[in-house]
Write a protein that binds this ligand. Sequence first.
Ligand code: ATP
Length: 307
Amino acid sequence: MIQIDRLHYRYRAASPPALDGVSLDIGRGSVYGLLGPNGAGKTTLISLLAGLRPLQEGGITLDGEPLALWRAAHPTAIALVPQDYAFYSMLTVAENLDFFAGVQGFPRRQRREHCAAALAFACLEAVAGRLAGELSGGLRRRLNLAIGLTGAPDLLLLDEPTVGVDPQSRRFLLDAVKRFAAAGGTVLYTSHYMEEVEAVCDKVAIIDDGKVLLAGTLAGMKYGGAAALRLELARPLPEALAADWRGRFPEMETAKTTVAFPEFAADALAPIFSELAAFGVAVEQMEYGAPNLEQVFMQLTRHSLRD
Ligand code: ATP
């Protein structure tokens, strides 16, 4: 549905690029995750897609049409749900929805239908008459989402939609994202939370310093890497064994009682356990397998997602 082609964006001529050649291909009816540390360029990309900022270099097409033309033909089809709360605290939930549906220019009947659908989608019927400013954090997030849905969009741009919510509301929001995509909608989902991305996204792009470091399916990212081995021993590796292993596994790293191998073939596992046993070294913990998304992310960006 969306083709993003070599986007470059600078806030000021002399500043480093916020986006530096970003290309992505986002399919209809999917949830696409955008993962990156603070300042990676996620919000900038979303702002360009939402039409809040003009394109500088590179292109965005939707169904083969340039973004500006597509937006002109479908003015309410792209909805941005921003990181910050974007509603009026002194209005009720229902009044907020009605207001935001109204500014998008829908006639009265359609406005009512869209608001009812958005209210039901976010399960906010019971609090429709409450002032938005009096809602809990989780309900505020749901109102933010519902407002995004008042235009009955095809494409939902969600910028960190679960920040500051309790686990139950987080679960609700993630399910809502999946329901939206299952009904044919497309979602671009930015998050710092690896578990969320793993729970809802079909594809993911890891972005840092304005560049896409890796993009693809979650399965490809998680299982594409070589299996690593990490052992926690009851005592430091005996020097004779360490010298032998260094010859056989040049990438081996040791620190106190930990031994780690960035790549380790499964058929070499049994022999090293026998060798440890022969030296009377017990293994207290073992981790073996391809890196998970968090580890892939850290390897690529050299920082944790929560930095
Ligand atoms: P976060 O997770 O913190 O929201 P992000 O991945 O969304 O980060 P952006 O907000 O897109 O990152 O920022 C990308 C880069 O552009 C950063 O270096 C940031 O400092 C810079 N930037 C963002 N907004 C502006 C602005 N209005 N003026 C100047 N520079 C900006």
